[in-house]
Ligand binder design. Structure first.
Ligand code: FAD
Length: 145
């Protein structure tokens, strides 16, 4: 079965509140683990950027479920491709909490310095998530150590 990677951006809706993120991550980690889907999610006050990787069937099904979630809107697929391997094998849905690090990374990858995934190149958006993954991996190691 072919391995695919999907990258999309969305806008946080008025019905989203800060506590929702815990519930979203808990659902994502539980559901994605069952379906061998991995990935990374980041967001600020306005936007989400998420990468999902796994079998085409499972990634498509999860994306369609996510797309009908009223906590965000204006979903735009930035990239969808077959890939040879996973970039987020350790994360059923990774997430970095360190706001200071995120602000620096958002600045690095955005023309106006503020996180706006709709105006990032697909490659830039993906590279941002890879850097967030590395930071999240380090944070996990430091907590374990
Ligand atoms: P549960 O986890 O049991 O739902 C928990 C609670 O979440 C519900 O009681 C309800 O309060 C709330 N909820 C559930 N669905 C909705 C909805 N559509 N609108 C408003 N509130 C709701 N799910 C994944 O499985 N994998 C992912 O990678 C993933 N990523 C997400 C990324 C974003 C940016 C968002 C907004 C959501 C994401 N979700 C993801 C959540 C997804 O949209 C569904 O809510 C979830 O998959 C439902 O899981 P469940 O049936 O196990 O419900």
């Amino acid at each position: 079965m072919s391995l695919v990677r999907l990258l999309y951006a969305s806008t946080i809706s008025d019905s989203f509140n800060a506590d929702d993120i815990k519930q979203i991550l808990a659902s994502a980690q539980r559901n994605n683990a069952k379906e061998n889907v991995t990935g990374m999610l980041t967001f600020d006050r306005h936007y989400f950027l998420q990468c999902l990787e796994g079998s085409r069937e499972n990634v498509n099904a999860i994306y369609h479920r996510i797309a009908s979630d009223s906590r965000h809107e204006k979903l735009e697929i930035l990239d969808y491709q077959s890939v040879n391997f996973r970039e987020f094998p350790n994360w059923n849905m990774g997430y970095l909490q360190n706001t200071g690090t995120l602000i620096k990374l958002f600045f690095k990858y955005n023309a106006n310095g503020l996180f706006d995934p709709y105006h990032m190149t697909p490659e830039g958006a993906f590279m941002l998530l890879l850097e967030i993954r590395d930071e999240a991996d380090n944070a996990l190691k430091n907590n374990e150590g």
